[in-house]
Design a protein around this ligand. Sequence first.
Ligand code: FSO
Ligand code: SF4
Length: 547
Amino acid sequence: MYCSQCEQTAGGEACYQWGACGKSPEVDALQDLLTHLLRGLGQVAIAARKYGIINRQADRFTCETLFSTLTNVNFDPESFVQYIHQAIALRDGLKAQLQAVAPEVCFPEGPATLQPAPTLDQLVQQGRDIEYGFISKAAKNVDIFSLKLTIIYGLKGIAAYAYHAQELGQEDDRLYAFCHEALAGLDSVDLTLEDWVKIALKVGEINLLAMELLDSGNTGNYGHPVPTRVPLGTQPGKAILVSGHDLKDLEELLKQTANQGISVYTHGEMLPAHGYPGLKQKYPHLYGHYGTAWQNQTREFAKFPGAIVMTTNCLMPPHNTYIDRVFTCGPVGWPGLTHIENRDFSPAIACSLSMPGFTDNGDPRQVTTGFARNAVLGVADEVIAAVKRGDIRHFFLVGGCDGAKPSRNYYTEFVEKVPEDCVVLTLACGKFRFFDKELGDIGGIPRLMDVGQCNDAYSAVQITLALANAFGVGVNELPLSMILSWYEQKAVSILLTLFHLGIKNIRLGPTLPAFISPNVFQLLSQTYNLKEIGTPEEDLAACLGTS
Ligand code: FSO
Ligand code: SF4
């Protein structure tokens, strides 16, 4: 087993024995076999495109299954066996289509021709052999290996956003074509370090497109988010909890639970769903938010008196106290759990109706979400005037992922220490370390604004670009600092997007990615002035120019 794709990788190096996330070596090998086969499917898809043959099923499959290999999405060997067989069927079907018009086209031995082994154990061994081959070849040049991993992990982030966007009716062939090319090209031997850097930046560019498509899907279907107060407490009655990022799943669940006496609560990254008029205003039983970030789920889910629906990452190994109440959707999987098919949530609804539900109101507090690009840019004139008057000195984008490491307290302390004449924009699950803090306002402009999920990073980018435009300066001259936390591969793709946009001076933590080699990090720090976080005091002083 070799996996180094997330921030909690074992020993800050790689998971070799068992995933710190709970991923088994067996699933890791099957994921590697699947990814290898996607490279073969990519080769065939690129060749077919030259003859005008585009197979949307293969395009969508590539994104869905790459997403399934992202951290904390799918732990079920059976899912991967199915995906492996589907990958081969799609590849061979596309090959047959191609060869009908161009019989001379053939493919070299490798992922475009590999046949699956007959048993699960042999498939696992096939995956291990492929992984070993990839690592041993790539390790000949540590820096190129580092960039290849960056590209693969960034592609997983693109795939996640593209999957969500497609579910909401938004697709773009440029995205699919790039994914096939990047996957198929991973074995290229004649590329220089600079070439691999360019491909990594292209991942960032295409990820911007993926996030834009998703933004159109979300806002086109549910309207632009508006600042919305969200109860952190409960109301007596039956309850169902929805976690993950998929707004389409949430919408379908809301439709199916309407008038059933069930309150729907969001968990983790689903909190910003309350800001969408097409969800909150249309479905009043979307009641409140329960719990905090993904890494606290085992404690929080155990206490929730109803069914729990996991729409996407981040699923942790479920505890026995609640495992029979967890339902998975889309690319999410855990052996033995009920998987929701075709968005028919009746098993989860029946489970909630059989449970006691809440008997009291719990936490009386509320938080505000919904400060996406439209809401923030709607008050851009006031924001700009406040900056010009000197009422707002600086903006901090404190965003990204949460996780279990104690060193992530940095982000809480950072926000607590931000001076009163500064504004904090936040997004993704890292905000749960400070989302309930009452930071007040500056002349009516809130000092803490939740832009949304990690899936709404596009909104944060648009806010940044619009502010730069309004002030007539480049993004790097704005009184704005990005203090980012990362955990999984969507964060990798977002970071590459920020580099693609030329955004400099990002502070990243709680630790640097293990898959970034010292030379690649040096290159990033020279080009983009990327820095690892220090202490909140030092970093604040440096950002404000007071050190
Ligand atoms: Fe991931 Fe990070 Fe969205 Fe979290 S990018 S870990 S669950 O912030 O938020 O999926
Ligand atoms: Fe380890 Fe992270 Fe990979 Fe899980 S996803 S096996 S924790 S590196």
